[in-house]
Design a protein around this ligand. Structure first.
Ligand code: ZN
Length: 156
């Protein structure tokens, strides 16, 4: 059975590669940021952690239990954010959400990696867009929580 018959072959290959060998899957101990997300439409669950060096993402751990779209999206996101600072990360999240909600340009924003373009086909299926978005919105919530927390870091 094909899991995602709506994806073009080329894109399916990219998605399945991330699905089979998700990047940055290991849980980070004592993280600076952690968040969890749930997509009731599909049953996807995301847990993620960030280790920061100042305001820069030193390492990310993303654990997804769910469909191939959600898993692949989480893996792609993890690859993108390592080495970025938090404001760059927020911009990436914004670009991805905009891309997936079909606003703005129909082409993938240049700041997003090539692999992420593979998720484009998902936009035709509104129920699955949530699957692709979940890791990103979960990360956003984690960062927002961190930034609104008075006791810890100062943005640089
Ligand atoms: Zn899903």
């Amino acid at each position: 059975m094909s899991i995602d018959p709506f994806l073009d072959d080329l894109y399916r290959e990219v998605v399945m590669d991330h699905f089979r060998s998700p990047r940055h899957r290991a849980v980070i101990e004592a993280p600076d940021v952690s968040a969890e997300g749930y997509n009731p439409l599909c049953g996807d669950e995301v847990a993620l952690q960030l280790r920061l060096d100042g305001a820069q993402v030193d390492e990310i751990g993303v654990q997804v239990r769910g469909c191939s779209i959600c898993q692949a999206s989480g893996s792609m996101m993890a690859e993108e954010v390592v080495g970025k600072n938090l404001s760059q990360t927020r911009e990436l999240i914004g670009s991805f959400v905009e891309m997936m909600s079909g606003k703005g340009s129909q082409a993938a924003p240049a700041e997003l990696g090539e692999d992420i373009e593979a998720l484009f086909g998902v936009r035709k299926f509104p129920a699955r867009v949530k699957c692709a978005l979940l890791p990103w919105t979960t990360l956003q919530e984690g960062i927002e929580q961190k930034e609104s927390s008075p006791k810890t870091w100062e943005g640089r």
